[in-house]
Each structure stands twice: as structure tokens, then as C-alpha cells.
Write a protein that binds this ligand. Structure first.
Ligand SMILES: Cc1cc2nc3c(=O)[nH]c(=O)nc-3n(C[C@H](O)[C@H](O)[C@H](O)COP(=O)(O)OP(=O)(O)OC[C@H]3O[C@@H](n4cnc5c(N)ncnc54)[C@H](O)[C@@H]3O)c2cc1C
Length: 456
């Protein structure tokens, strides 16, 4: 019998740690299902939205375009909410379409593998969304067999790179104003008034009933030394989670590059209606601009930021994991060049425009890109809601219900299989995520990429 089977009704006092998509959506769902429970959400940042959190940015792609049918289905349910409820109102959701492309094979093993994965993922995703979204209307999802066909669905000013082989457009996908979505969730929580929200409260460690066997979690200690007790602790601490708990081989932080450019009014008007353009072969994507700001970003294997930590949960010796670096430095030169190269191909007229800001944003990557939404096998009253792997934002309106289903032991089987505690850890902390949507170099260390840049 699993822990969740013997815990159908949740205990009275619940602590949620983390105020991003995972924590806020859990808090919303708990507010509806357990309105009389004693529920507190702690967030390290002094504000929700946390500007350094993964959930906060100008935009996030909202797509049902997944190679895995379970994610495609859940994303379609999420999109329905973005489209038809207050979640997507006031500009929080824009349905502009998504063009997914893959590239011709290039030389070199890494290049070939990225391209093959890109084609496989794109084709599988096309088959899924065609079934899910088209619904008898074959205009919503259309295969684009070559560059010319792709060019026809893009504005004249957006170019299709020479190396692009084919792709498809899904006019049923869109994008969300990520920061506005977080703000909206926070406002809803304040209106419901069930969950006490405390910002500026950094959890430094978990507390245990017995310091020796460290099985039962009784609460948390905060950075100022004060403690809070609870019957159930939910860690929704995103890319910082590997610093609190031994998740080696299960989840690790990976940095991804983002860059923003300023546009004139005329340029804004030219690109405002463009579909989002995403290549799973190169990882580069462009979301349409808003308020004269254009974002270009990369979804790839990312940077590791090796950091020494000591886990209280296991009493283990010091270990090395990757954690977010939030020093606010500009992106490494390697990342800047990748963004510039993509601009030269897709928007050559913007290739030399200075970036107004850049940012390394942190994924909580898991080996297969699946979320980790499960009780901890060694700590029955500790639950994890994390492992976003660079794709959780779109599920914001529906994720909390699934997390609480998992807490209550009634999550549907396919999601339970994807999100459970894996039977085995990957042998290496420095795993790369094999979800079929990643490309680029697999071995990048953030510090080394900065150092390499300084030598140039
Ligand atoms: C660059 C980038 C692009 C992305 N693009 C997309 C996209 O296009 N579409 C999509 O669907 N998804 C996308 N994602 C993924 C999505 O944004 C994330 O999966 C999701 O936001 C993760 O939410 P989270 O709650 O796990 O993390 P976060 O938003 O980081 O929240 C975790 C919170 O926990 C808090 N915390 C951490 N440690 C502690 C502690 N010790 N004590 C108290 N609080 C703590 C942090 O301060 C933080 O606010 C992208 C992510 C990134 C980084």
C-alpha cells in the first residue's frame, strides 16, 4: 500500500514551500477542496511574483504540441481554461498559433542527434495535436512540408532559416504573459482567503521528529532560525529543491538563456500577429512582441551551476548539485552568440540590435523531462511538486487539481506513472534531459562559459 492510499483526506495543517506555478496552483486547488484547513504558503522572495523564479517572465508558450499524448491532453485542457476563463483574460493569454519546425541533418554527431530528435518530436507532436485539436477542422493544424510552406504562415519580415526542413502550424496554440498569470493566481488566493501567504520567508531546512531516523517531517526551519510545524509539507521550490533534499539523479537545476530587444512601433506592428516560432532541432524560439519588447530564447540542455550542499534529510556528507545562480549577470557569450545567430537567420534586420536585457532562467530538469509530483518514499508526510523541466507554465490553470489528486492518491494512471518517484535514480547528477525536445551542447558549466567569454 502506498503512502497516498492511506492518506485520502489530507491532514489539517499543511505547509506549501514556494510561490511559483507549482506552489500557487496547489494552493488554489487546496483552497477549494479544503477551505477549513490550516494552510500556509512560504515564499523566499519578498514578492509574489518572484522576478527570479522560473514562473515569472514576459511570456511562456502555451501549446498542446507534445510528443507524449498524456501531456498533450492535459495541455489541451489547460488551453481551454486559458482561452475560455478569467485565467486568460486581460491579455494574460493570446492565441497567435505556433509554428514548430525541424532542421535538415547537419554534420557532427551532436548536430545529427539534435536534428533527428527535432524531427521525431515534431512529427509525433503533429500527430497528437491533429487528433486533439483539429476536431474535424483541418485548418487548425496544418503540416508544412517545406520552407516555402512555412514562410507562407509567417509575416514577410520573419525568415525561415536555410537549414529548416519542414514543420507544422497549430493555430490553436498561444502564449501567456507569465508574470501576469502569477499575479492573477496570487490575487485569486487573496480573494479566497484560505491560504496564509508569507513572503520573504526562506526555508533553510526540513525538521524531523527524530533526528536519528529522519523519517517523519514535522515542519521547516527558516533562515532567521524560527520554525514552523505542519502535518504535511509540500516542496514546490522549483530549481532550488535539489539544495533542500537529496534529488541527485532525479532533478537538477539547468540555466537557459533569454534575451530581449526593443522594437519601434512599426516593428511591433509588423510582428504582433506572428505565430510563435520554435525549432526543436536548435531549441531557439521567438514569441511575438508586446509593448515593443521582443524575446528570443533557447530551450536546450542548458548550463549546470555546480554547488556544494549538505542535505539534512539524509544526513549525508556534503554533495555537489546544480542550483540557480541569481546574481543577475548577463548571459554568457556562448548564449548571446546563439541568440544572435538565430536572429541573423530569422530576423536578420534585428541581428545587431543591442539587447536591452538578458537573463539566465532556471529549469528544474528531470532525466525524462517529467514532473515530480509525489510523496517522498522515505518521508511519508513530505510531498514534492516540482520537476517542471522547462514546460510546466502552460498547465497553470489545471496543474493544482492534478497535484491535489496526487496528494489524495487519485491521480489518473498515466500522469501518476509519469510523475511518480522513479524506481531508480540516474547514476549521474549531471544527467541531460532526454525528453526529445532538447539540443545543443550537453556539458556546459555556467562558470566555464563565463570564463571562456572573458578570454576572448
Ligand atoms: C527560460 C524558461 C522558459 C520557459 N518556457 C516555458 C514555456 O514556453 N512554456 C511552458 O509551459 N513552460 C515554460 N517554462 C517552464 C515553466 O516556466 C516552469 O516549469 C515553471 O514556471 C516552474 O514553476 P515552479 O513553481 O517549479 O518554479 P518557480 O517559479 O521558480 O517557483 C519556485 C519558488 O520557490 C521559491 N523557493 C525556492 N526555495 C525556497 C526556500 N528554501 N524557501 C522558500 N521559498 C523557496 C522560489 O523563490 C520560487 O519563487 C520555462 C521556464 C524557463 C526558465
Amino acid at each position: 500500500m502506498t503512502t497516498s492510499e492511506i492518506m485520502p483526506q489530507l491532514p489539517q495543517s499543511i505547509l506549501i514551500i514556494g510561490g511559483g506555478v507549482f506552489g500557487l496552483s496547489t494552493a488554489l486547488s487546496l483552497s477549494h477542496r479544503y477551505p477549513t484547513h490550516n494552510i500556509t504558503l512560504l515564499e523566499a522572495s519578498t514578492t509574489i511574483p518572484n522576478p527570479e523564479g522560473s514562473s515569472v517572465d514576459s511570456s511562456r508558450i502555451v501549446r498542446a504540441d507534445y510528443a507524449n499524448p498524456a501531456y498533450a491532453r492535459l495541455a489541451a485542457a489547460g488551453i481551454e481554461r486559458w482561452r475560455t476563463t478569467a485565467w486568460g483574460a486581460e491579455g494574460r493569454y493570446t492565441q497567435n498559433g505556433l509554428v514548430l519546425v525541424y532542421h535538415k541533418s547537419s554534420s557532427g554527431e551532436a548536430g545529427r542527434q539534435g536534428q533527428d530528435d527535432g524531427e521525431r518530436y515534431t512529427r509525433a507532436s503533429y500527430q497528437n495535436v491533429k487528433r486533439l485539436v483539429n476536431n474535424g477542422d483541418d485548418k487548425i493544424v496544418q503540416f508544412l512540408p517545406d520552407r516555402d510552406a512555412i514562410q507562407k504562415v509567417l509575416p514577410r519580415d520573419v525568415h525561415v532559416a536555410e537549414s529548416v526542413a519542414a514543420g507544422y502550424v497549430n493555430w490553436g496554440s498561444g502564449w501567456a504573459d507569465a508574470e501576469a498569470g502569477v499575479r492573477y493566481a496570487r490575487k485569486k488566493l487573496d480573494e479566497l482567503g484560505v491560504v496564509k501567504i508569507r513572503t520573504g520567508q526562506k526555508v533553510s531546512r526540513l525538521l524531523f521528529a527524530d533526528q536519528k531516523d529522519r523519517r517523519e517531517v514535522t515542519g521547516v526551519q527558516l533562515a532567521d532560525g524560527s520554525t514552523l510545524t505542519a502535518d504535511l509539507v509540500i516542496l514546490a521550490t522549483g530549481a532550488w529543491t535539489p539544495g533542500l533534499l537529496d534529488l541527485r539523479g532525479l532533478a537538477d537545476a539547468r540555466g537557459q538563456v533569454l534575451a530581449y530587444l526593443r522594437l519601434t512601433d512599426e516593428e511591433q506592428a509588423k510582428l504582433a500577429q506572428m505565430p510563435t516560432l520554435l525549432s526543436f532541432s536548435t531549441g531557439m524560439f521567438i514569441i511575438p512582441p508586446r509593448n515593443n519588447e521582443l524575446k528570443i530564447a533557447r530551450h536546450a540542455y542548458g548550463y549546470r551551476n555546480p554547488t556544494r550542499v549538505r542535505f539534512d534529510s539524509s544526513g549525508a556528507e556534503e554533495a555537489e548539485v546544480s542550483l540557480p545562480e541569481t546574481a543577475g549577470r548577463p548571459i554568457p557569450p556562448e548564449g548571446e552568440e546563439a541568440c544572435r545567430a538565430a536572429l541573423r537567420e530569422m530576423l536578420p534586420w534585428l541581428a545587431d540590435r543591442p539587447f536591452t536585457k538578458t537573463r539566465v532562467c532556471w529549469y528544474t530538469d528531470t532525466p525524462q523531462g517529467d514532473f515530480l509530483v509525489t510523496y517522498h518514499p522515505d518521508h511519508p508526510n513530505l510531498f514534492l511538486a516540482t520537476g517542471g523541466s522547462g514546460h510546466a507554465y502552460k498547465f497553470f490553470p489545471v496543474l493544482g487539481d492534478k497535484i491535489v489528486d496526487a496528494l489524495e492518491g487519485k491521480l489518473e494512471e498515466d500522469l501518476q506513472r509519469l510523475w511518480r518517484w522513479p524506481a531508480q535514480r540516474t547514476t549521474t547528477t549531471s544527467f541531460v534531459t532526454k525528453d526529445g525536445s532538447r539540443s545543443g551542447r550537453k556539458d556546459m558549466i555556467l562558470k566555464e562559459e563565463y570564463a571562456r567569454g572573458l578570454k576572448l
